[in-house]
Ligand binder design. Structure first.
Ligand SMILES: [Fe+2]
Length: 508
């Protein structure tokens, strides 16, 4: 039933409470999350800030909202920064919808979202973008303006949505605020990002699946162990809980993600964001969490916190099988998911996670140097990961990653220590949206030393587009001309193809 606006008890607002935009995400074949966060201007703030505010939402078949599918009312509460997470249920599979929010006379922008095909449906095509690392002060989000033209079904965001730094040298645009330590700090930094028109428009154009990496809390933190940036928080558990809460408040994730009370989060309870969602019979989409549960980095230089390179010959802990990247519970969950028939039947198993999976030895010739924060610092955990892919004969694994601010394209090896070992999947680790990298001077050497990779670039910023059909994967690396310009153009850096049933990367 569609009720006229006057039938709802709603707050009176004089300004626009929707300046932080709207978003949708966490889609399944019959549901999707609709998100917004109210931001009150001037006299609205003093009147509405303390209390809950009723927000009406509408979901329709058309952008004129003449064919309403569902409508309802949600409470935006002060304790969750007046964020709204509506889980719309009972939708048709494989359909596009339009949505918007209403408070008083204020109406949000209109968003476009979709459900996934039913798990048993035969699906011709899926187009998704993967993106990560959008440090505000390192550039503009013109990449998102171009991403809107890619006709996407989904964005997979792979971490570092915000950074906890005050600013950077040669900042392209200065962020507001200093080091992020408190809930209010994190909220303000998310609000800054959410004010960006290009980012808002990309959120409004299709659903997102999201995970986080370290900078949503602190550089190089690992599980319950703090990292090394800025002033130390007096209580890291409390800082992490605040950061996790702010992540929840600003992302289109399900309310069930917030299963624990805030006190529970501070005492170490999990905020579970890992998941698997089928996209018909065409693909299984995984989003992993390789940050919340990981063991601390080992053999960091001079016993400091955080990351550095390590030499495995001088680091006994490097091989320790007790160390984990995903945590015991997520590892066994993933093993069970891969053991299910679905992972063998579905055409592609697309595994979104934070970092570069493949081994990257920075030392030319005999001997090895690895970076200890990524999978290279967790050798036994990576071998369990690739071993489980083989054990369960997972169909067409495709690993997507981020974190390194560089494009890396390669083959997933059964055993990275053995150059002759089988290729068990493919990997596309994306460059950053904006965050800086070191340039291509050393890339040819690193590629030569690590021949399981077929392509790398450490200069260009942007995103990747993966198109899946039952018989073929095509990945296009899209890069902006100049990340320091808001009006930058975009171009294709490289394009690759993988045939189903054959984990070999071809130039396309
Ligand atoms: Fe990053």
């Amino acid at each position: 039933m569609y009720l006229p606006r006057s039938a709802w008890s709603q707050a009176r607002v004089s300004g626009n409470p929707f300046t932080l935009g709207i978003a949708s995400g966490s889609p399944t074949h019959d549901s999707v999350v609709l998100w917004t966060r109210l931001a009150f201007e001037k006299e609205d703030a003093s009147r509405l800030q303390p209390g809950p505010v009723a927000v009406r939402w509408e979901l329709a078949h058309d952008d004129g909202f003449s064919r309403i599918v569902q409508t309802g009312q949600a409470q935006a509460v002060a304790g969750l920064a007046h964020s709204v997470h509506v889980e719309v249920q009972g939708l048709q599979p494989d359909r596009w919808y339009f949505y918007r929010f209403v408070v008083g006379d204020a109406v949000s922008a209109t968003g476009r979202t979709r459900t996934f095909p039913a798990p048993d449906a035969v699906v011709a095509r899926l187009r998704l973008a993967y993106a990560s690392c959008q440090r505000w002060e390192h550039g503009y989000y013109s990449a998102y303006r171009h991403m809107r033209d890619e006709a996407l079904d989904l964005v997979m965001f792979l971490g570092d949505y915000i950074y906890e730094y005050p600013t950077a040298a040669r900042a392209v645009r200065a962020p507001t605020g200093g080091w992020l330590l408190t809930l209010d700090d994190y909220r303000q930094r998310y609000a800054l990002h959410k004010s960006d028109a290009d980012l808002q428009a990309m959120h409004a154009s299709c659903p997102w699946m999201v995970t986080w990496d370290d900078h949503e809390v602190q550089n190089d933190y690992a599980g319950a162990t703090p990292g090394d940036s800025g002033p130390p928080a007096p209580d890291f558990a409390a800082r992490r809980a605040a950061a996790y809460q702010a992540f929840y408040e600003h992302m289109p994730v399900r309310a069930s993600v917030l299963t624990q009370a805030m006190a529970g989060l501070a005492s170490g309870a999990e905020m579970r964001i890992y998941q698997r969602v089928p996209y018909g019979r065409l693909a299984s989409l995984y989003m992993l969490d390789a940050r919340q549960y990981k063991d601390a980095q080992v053999c960091t230089r001079e016993g400091k916190a955080g990351s550095s390179t390590l030499n495995p010959a001088n680091c006994a802990a490097w091989k320790d099988p007790a160390r984990s990247m995903l945590g015991a519970q997520q590892e066994s969950w993933l093993d069970a998911e891969w053991g299910r028939a679905a992972s063998k039947e579905s055409g592609w198993n697309v595994i979104g996670q934070q970092s570069l999976l493949g081994q990257r030895d920075f030392h030319r010739g005999p001997g090895q140097i690895f970076w200890n924060d990524g999978w290279d610092g967790y050798a036994a955990a990576r071998t369990r990961f690739t071993g489980a892919l083989q054990k369960h004969a997972v169909a067409n694994p495709v690993v997507l990653g981020g974190d390194v601010h560089e494009n890396w394209v390669g083959h997933v090896k059964a055993d990275y220590a053995d150059a002759g070992s089988a290729s068990v999947g493919t990997e596309f680790c994306g460059t950053s949206l904006t965050s800086r990298s070191n340039g291509n001077a050393k890339i040819p050497d690193t590629l030569a030393e690590n021949p399981h990779f077929v392509f790398a670039d450490s200069e260009r910023k942007g995103y990747g587009v993966v198109e899946l059909t039952p018989s073929k994967l095509t990945t296009t690396l899209r890069v902006v001309d100049d990340v320091t310009r808001a009006d930058s153009g975009v171009q294709t850096l490289a394009k690759f193809a993988v045939q189903a049933g054959r984990p070999v990367i071809e130039k396309a």
